[in-house]
Design a protein around this ligand. Structure first.
Ligand SMILES: [Zn+2]
Length: 400
């Protein structure tokens, strides 16, 4: 009987409501003892729905008992008893005598019930009314609307609501920094990712100009949004503006150096299109010195191999591996050597290569810095903790 605790609380709350009503000598607020004992019977018979009905009837709705009704409904929702929470909150809204602020509060709780039940359309209708008509619940309503639009991937609507939630500068120039999204991330960070999501949809539809505009908006909201820079670099590369692609991608180094590896494929292709190998080599060497990572080592080794051959690349890789060991570096070194040996040595190297590749395939490549969620894909929205932009590549020293 896992509902026992919750209904003992219901029972206790009803009793407390009855006692308060009697103590304050308000005969109209007194519950009917019959309903009270009927509820208790339902509880003892393990019939929780009957118990909820009996308690609703026993504890009259008024300004004194409203908080108790709301608290019980919320408790049921948190326990996953959403249907019962909805009945309790709907019961409140069926009372025309309830003062407007209380009606709005019950509306908000009912919207939260609907969200928990996955009834997003109903929740959205309630919240839109609330945002329009109830100034005291507007911000809470907007935050829940944001939650719905985000889960439904309705990015334009999410952008509209998030923009309305942005901190406003006061006349004295101070900014209200309390305004954060549900995940407690700054709203600007979240908003920038919404613009990136919209840009990705526009790119799929082939609307490059609109997508570019959305990515620039993302950067205007959060100038450290690496995702917008990476996407913009890819967009400019596809549009044939290789210099602009490089300009945007090189900014990632200042925004967050942990994301440099994500820029390397488009960056290298852009330098190739411009036929500017020396500039690319200088950039890769600078990055490697300041922010060593396995993908940078491999990119440089690749460049050295193209320019000076396998031996020079192998020498560079061996030297790098001695102070920045990495599995992918080792795999690169083996693949450089395997073409230059024969017989048993070649066979042994092939076995070693398979082993190293197997180890690489087993290891996660990305991890969320907030919740530790690990995987082999870069998720801009962490599936574990629902934070934006907290997943990074594990490409630093001694890994990858
Ligand atoms: Zn996470």
């Amino acid at each position: 009987m896992n509902d026992l605790i919750i209904f003992v609380l219901l029972f206790a709350a009803t009793g407390a409501g009855w006692w308060l009503g009697r103590r304050r000598a308000q005969p109209a607020a007194l519950p009917m003892p019959g309903q009270y004992y009927k509820g208790l019977n339902y509880l003892l018979d393990d019939r929780p729905d009957g118990a909820v009905d009996a308690f609703i009837n026993a504890l009259e709705v008024n300004t004194e008992t409203l908080e108790t009704h709301i608290a019980l409904g919320n408790l049921l929702r948190r326990r996953g008893e959403v249907d019962r929470a909805i009945r309790i909150h709907q019961n409140l809204l069926a009372r025309p005598s309830l003062p407007r602020p209380h009606v709005h509060q019950a509306h908000l709780e009912l919207a939260r019930d609907y969200i928990s039940a996955g009834l997003f359309d109903r929740a959205e209708r309630l919240l839109l009314d609330l945002v329009k008509d109830a100034p005291e619940q507007r911000r809470a309503g907007q935050r829940h609307l944001l939650e719905i639009f985000q889960s439904q991937r309705e990015w334009s609507s999410a952008i509209e609501v998030a923009t309305a939630l942005l901190p406003r500068r006061s006349l004295l120039g101070s900014v209200n920094t309390e305004v954060l999204s549900e995940s407690r991330q700054p709203i600007e960070v979240v908003l920038a990712h919404y613009h990136c999501e919209l840009a990705a949809e526009l790119l799929q539809a082939g609307d490059i100009a609109e997508a570019r505009g959305q990515l620039q908006l993302a950067l205007s909201r959060d100038r450290n949004c690496v995702r917008a820079s990476i996407m913009l670099g890819q967009l400019e590369y596809q549009a044939g503006d290789y210099r602009q692609a490089l300009k945007v991608l090189r900014k990632v180094r200042q925004q967050d150096a942990d994301y440099i590896p994500e820029t390397l494929p488009t960056l290298r292709e852009s330098y190739r299109q411009l036929d500017d190998g020396p500039a690319m080599r200088r950039y890769l060497e600078d990055c490697l010195q300041a922010h060593p990572s396995a993908p940078l080592v491999l990119a440089l080794a690749d460049d050295i191999r193209e320019q000076a051959g396998d031996d020079a690349a192998a020498e560079f890789l061996s030297e790098q591996l001695s102070h920045n060991p990495s599995l992918s570096g080792l795999a690169g070194l083996i693949s450089l050597q395997i073409g230059h040996v024969e017989g048993r040595v070649k066979d042994n190297l092939a076995v070693l290569e398979r082993l190293v590749q197997g180890l690489i395939a087993e290891r996660p490549t990305y991890r969320c810095g907030h919740c530790g969620f690990a995987g082999r894909q870069l998720h801009w929205f962490c599936p574990g903790c629902k934070h934006w932009g907290t997943v990074k590549g594990l490409f630093g020293n001694h890994v990858g």
